[in-house]
Design a protein around this ligand. Structure first.
Ligand code: ADP
Ligand code: UVW
Ligand code: MG
Length: 776
């Protein structure tokens, strides 16, 4: 009762109804802190709105040397943590209890749900936030402390489940035709409670090996099919004597590895009938994996009905590859079938090692060009530009690309035609290419690299050749992807072979020295894969960091499961509201941003921008002046300059214009121009200026005010799906949400995207759901 009174008395909640206060109360928690205790640390990712109930808290910022400066002291009824609700960024401040204190905390989702329903209190809240935001943006110490936040956070990418407020148990399964791997996590701990591997399912000598911190064990039982293997797993983890679980209901979620998500799934998703049908429709494109992944889901839904089941797709990370990378050059009619394309796999681990590398190097993902070599039983190489997979060696199926344990990787498609002509059937080809080729086929000995290396050591010439071929193929892809990325910052080796064999790494890196990629032989040999998750094996002269990273697909699947559940819950109550809130959609035509120095070079000394017309975003305008763009192939004239001036020059054009100019520019968020191509600009009287970088194809995005964001329940950098209503209705994925108090609700697409939906004035879009969060 006392708490009800207190919450109603908080200034920002004055306009809430009794029911709304009750709802807050249901979700509120009170937490006690002793004087001097840390409440929130610099770098931590905030998830709550906090209110001081009793006592006093001190807010301070710290500089690089750790010196603290107090910026505020809050007493009863005052609020903090509001920034994270909007930005989801790591905290820029330290919060400490100045006295013994009692605090009330409210989850972010609860707050935004309330605000969506109560516009009056929303605007009250927004006023407070805007004041604080503006103050923070103008203070330099503040922005410096935000910059360092990512460096002092020891889990910036949530790889240790920092976002799980209340610990939960998540079971991760990778179910295949003859094997089952599973891991049980408690999100309070970094290491699993137990994990196990069942092999040779269907044969009389199937084995089940169980590992846990309490010790491992191995049992042999005849497991005839996947269902009995899954039952054996349940018996092992729910064993009352071992105490991993008291009962199976303790498992709140099951994360299923699903290899193929086709063109339907952009991200991990809570399973329902529609999702199951979607997975089934991809079975033919991953015959060695998908049908068994699906069987795992269907059996476990029955065995653990109380849990939320989440499908985590290998393909999701590659879902935004550019068209020039995902298309096959096939006939027109085959190309009209949108499902016939390259998808790429191992995305969960490529994503994991990318985040792990950024965390290790204390750099932002969005600053890095990365090549990840996942070398295991199945192998693939992935090119990652600023957090986005832009190419991967596996294609429509997991057969393309590298030489694998039993898969051929790249062959001439004509070979298959020839083999068909001389009488091979589809079944035979499937068996040969998937299970009898690769290392196994080449050596006739084994598909396991450990065996092949041993055989080579013993003088088996075919094993030597197989190793040489394996490494050569990896090397070719690294070379190609370095060119595709236009440079390289980090080369990652992961997977059983990549992280396990120094010999393979050394062979792959040979010949790259001239490109600034130099491996340190001693460090490379010394690496102790079991103790360290990341090891830097680059020579001190190497420009490229060469990292060995232990794969941890299962942990990444648990994290994805956690995030999919979060998205599911935060949009479940909201989805109907979303669907009724229209967003204006506008085509953002090509344009240029300049800095004052560039402008003077193009228009003459002392000249400055003249405003011609204001734009939809307050403070921004189209200038009188235009420039001509001159590329290696052609030119685009009269491109509008947008004001005001910025620090860096940036040229935003569509794919069609890129072609006209003869430039291939990456899709990037505005402002993220590192490593992008340059261009020549032409101003008045033939004045020319060559810029070294800055040409991008801007990623589609929605501008939102703080108020809109709270109403939608979205944060800055959320990535959403937007359905555009038109005679040619289309849903765009990968739409970035950008929140700023100054912004006005508006979605920006480029000219090509506008053409695709037959854009007309007044067109509107509707949010379908949250897809993911963009990286910092
Ligand atoms: N220390 C090692 N040196 C060389 N190869 C290794 C080493 N450890 C494992 N491997 C090889 O890694 C491959 C299995 O990779 P892994 O990533 O564990 O499997 P999967 O792709 O099925 O997840 C096998 O070819 C195995 O022989
Ligand atoms: C997609 C794929 O090849 O997976 P795996 O390496 O587990 O076989
Ligand atoms: Mg712009």
């Amino acid at each position: 009762m006392e708490l009800v009174k207190f919450l109603s008395s908080v200034k920002q909640f004055e306009d809430l109804t009794k029911e709304e206060i009750d709802y807050l109360l249901q979700n509120a928690e009170t937490v006690e802190y002793k004087q001097g205790a840390d409440i929130k640390r610099h770098g931590e990712i905030g998830r709550f709105l906090w209110i001081v109930y009793d006592g006093k808290v001190d807010i301070s910022i710290s500089d690089d040397d750790g010196n603290k400066e107090s910026i505020a002291s809050l007493a009863r009824g005052e609020i903090f943590g509001e920034m994270s609700i909007i930005t989801g960024e790591p905290s820029g401040v330290d919060v400490v209890a100045a006295d013994n204190s009692l605090l009330v905390r409210l989850p972010r989702e609860t707050i935004s749900e309330i605000f969506a329903k109560n516009p009056k209190s929303l605007s009250r809240f927004v006023q407070m936030i805007t004041k604080r935001l503006v103050k923070r943006q103008t203070e330099t110490t503040w922005s410096a402390s935000r910059e360092t936040a990512i460096k002092v956070n020891n889990d910036p990418y949530d790889l240790e489940f920092s976002s799980a407020v209340d610990p939960i148990k998540i079971l991760v399964v990778n179910c295949r035709n003859t094997s089952l791997k599973y891991t049980l996590f408690n999100t309070a701990y970094s290491v699993p409670l137990v994990d196990g591997i069942i092999e040779k399912i269907g044969s009389p000598d199937s084995s089940h090996v169980i590992h846990s911190p309490l010790g491992g064990m191995e049992q042999h039982e005849s497991l005839q099919d996947i269902a009995s293997a899954l039952k054996s797993m349940i018996t092992a983890i729910a064993d009352p004597k071992k105490g991993y679980l008291k009962n199976i209901e303790e498992i709140k979620a099951v994360g299923h590895r699903v290899v193929h998500g086709g063109d339907r799934f952009f991200n991990s998703i809570v399973v329902n009938d529609e999702v199951i049908a979607g997975i089934r429709s991809c079975n033919k494109m991953a015959p060695m994996h998908n049908p068994y992944n699906l069987m795992g889901i269907e059996v476990l839904e029955k065995l653990i009905p109380s849990a939320v089941h989440v499908a985590v797709f290998d393909t999701a990370f590659h879902r935004n590859m550019p068209e020039h990378a995902y298309r096959y050059a096939l006939s027109k009619s085959l190309n009209e079938d949108e499902t016939i394309r390259r998808y790429g796999f191992h995305g969960t681990n490529h994503n994991f090692v990318m985040l792990k590398a950024a965390e290790f190097l204390k750099r932002r993902v969005k600053e890095l060009k990365i090549i990840s070599c996942h070398l295991g039983h199945g192998s693939s190489v992935c090119a990652i530009d600023h957090g986005r997979s832009i190419d991967v060696s596996m294609g429509m199926t997991p057969l393309e690309g590298l030489i694998m344990g039993t898969r051929s990787g790249d062959v001439d498609p004509g070979l298959l035609l020839y083999l068909t002509q001389i009488g091979y059937t589809t079944e035979e080809l499937n068996r040969i290419l998937n299970t009898e080729s690769g290392l196994k086929g080449l050596t006739g000995v084994s598909g396991y690299m450990t065996d092949v290396l041993k055989a080579a050591e013993e003088g088996n010439v075919m094993a030597e050749t197989a190793i040489r071929m394996f490494c050569y193929r990896v090397k070719k892809y690294i070379g190609a992807y370095t060119a595709a990325l236009g440079g390289l910052d980090v080369l990652i080796f992961t997977g059983g072979i990549g992280a396990g064999s120094y010999e393979i790494r050394a062979r792959v890196c040979q010949g790259f020295e001239g490109f600034g990629t130099i491996i340190d032989s001693d460090l490379n040999k010394m690496n102790k894969p079991l103790t360290m998750q990341v090891e830097d094996v680059s020579d001190e002269k190497s420009k490229v960091k060469i990292l060995v990273i232990q794969p941890d697909e299962k942990k990444m699947i648990a994290r994805e499961t956690l995030h999919a559940m979060g998205r599911f819950h935060s949009s479940k109550n909201r989805i109907e509201d979303y669907k009724n809130m229209p967003i204006p959609v506008n085509v953002s035509a090509h344009h240029v941003h300049l800095n004052p120095a560039a402008f003077e070079k193009l228009f003459g000394a002392g000249k400055t921008l003249r405003e011609r017309a204001p734009l939809s975003q307050p403070g921004q305008f189209a200038a009188e002046e235009t420039v001509n763009l001159i590329g290696p192939k052609g030119r685009v004239d009269k491109v509008r300059i947008l004001g005001p001036f910025r620090k860096e020059c940036q040229v935003e054009i569509s794919r069609t214009e890129e072609f006209k100019l003869g430039i291939d520019a990456p899709v990037r968020d505005s402002g993220d121009i590192e490593g992008t191509p340059g261009i020549t600009l032409e101003g008045t009287e033939g004045r020319l200026l060559k810029i070294e970088k800055g040409v991008i194809c801007a990623r589609r995005h929605v501008h939102m005010s703080t108020e809109d964001a709270l109403r939608f329940g979205l944060r800055d950098r959320d990535v959403v799906l937007v359905k555009i209503k038109s005679s040619r209705e289309l849903t765009f994925g990968d739409v970035l949400v950008r929140v700023n108090p100054e912004y006005r609700l508006d979605m920006h697409i480029d000219t090509d995207e506008g053409n695709a939906v037959q854009h007309t004035v007044g067109m509107q879009g509707y949010i379908e759901g949250i897809q993911s969060r963009a990286f910092m």
